[in-house]
Design a protein around this ligand. Structure first.
Ligand SMILES: Nc1ncnc2c1ncn2[C@@H]1O[C@H](COP(=O)(O)OP(=O)(O)O)[C@@H](O)[C@H]1O
Ligand SMILES: [Mg+2]
Length: 235
């Protein structure tokens, strides 16, 4: 599904990502872990097409999509939930969901069906479907941006720190939501600092440190790695 080879991301003279290779098979949930500043978001936003790669390649299935724009990536089945968790605050929950299907807005019946599907899957959103999104709690807004991303019918979902700043009980709800999406066969790349929660849903994990991959393995292997905290030191 996703194959990243020797990816490089730069901000001017700063080399944020140098030589990251990772893959996610069809239906796999892969966690990308690491301390603040390790280069996780840069990697994810580059896969999303929002940042230009300074080197390396990104393949989706058989297709090289390294230089593709964010919109082209969405059309090829990649949906992204950035760290910023942006809802359209003045629009209702339902309207926010509809905008997530922008690339296939002509298919009004299909969009309506998908909206119903999301509201059935996530009753907390259904209860608030007519409410302006700006009035939702942080956790509900996170649920909404994930559900909105699903409205483009992605094959690959990129999630950047969905648990950031949320209370433990809300984090549990978000991870239940992620687990439910995985059940549907979706491929997910999950960037997280909450190692325990991420490994509880992941099949495999990569640990980034200083812009490179420092370790990789099955979720069980990474969880059992005695040097995991050492891998985090120094960011
Ligand atoms: N817009 C930017 N301009 C300059 N440097 C940046 C920018 N965004 C991130 N960086 C730097 O790139 C490195 C990786 O950042 P980031 O990908 O956000 O890491 P993470 O998501 O793992 O916390 C850090 O050193 C960070 O300071
Ligand atoms: Mg980040």
């Amino acid at each position: 599904m996703l194959e990243v080879r020797d990816l490089q991301v730069r901000y001017g003279a700063i080399r944020a990502v140098h030589g990251v290779s990772l893959e996610a098979a069809d239906g796999e949930l892969v966690a990308l872990l690491g301390a603040n500043g390790a280069g996780k978001s840069s990697t994810l936003m580059c896969i999303a097409g929002a940042l230009k790669a300074a080197g390396g390649s990104i393949r989706l299935g058989a297709e090289d999509v390294t230089g593709a724009s964010p919109e082209a990536k969405v059309r090829k089945g990649v949906a992204t939930v950035p760290e910023t968790r942006d809802v359209f605050p003045d629009l209702t929950v339902e309207e926010n969901l509809t905008l997530g299907a922008y690339i296939r807005r002509a298919d009004t019946n299909g969009v309506r069906e998908d909206r119903e599907k999301m509201l059935t899957l996530f009753p907390r959103l259904a209860e608030r479907s007519a409410q302006p999104a700006g009035t939702l709690s942080g956790g509900e807004q996170q649920m909404l941006v994930i559900a909105r991303a699903m409205m483009s019918r992605p094959k690959l979902l990129l999630l950047d720190e969905p648990s950031l700043g949320l209370a433990p009980v809300v984090v549990d709800q978000i991870f239940e939501m992620i687990a439910a999406l995985k059940q549907s066969g979706l491929t997910i790349l999950l960037v997280e600092q909450n190692v325990a929660k991420a490994l509880s849903v992941a099949d495999r994990a990569y640990v980034m440190r200083l812009g490179a991959i420092a370790a990789s393995g099955s979720a069980a292997e990474i969880g059992a790695a005695t040097d995991l905290s050492a891998l985090y030191l120094g960011g």
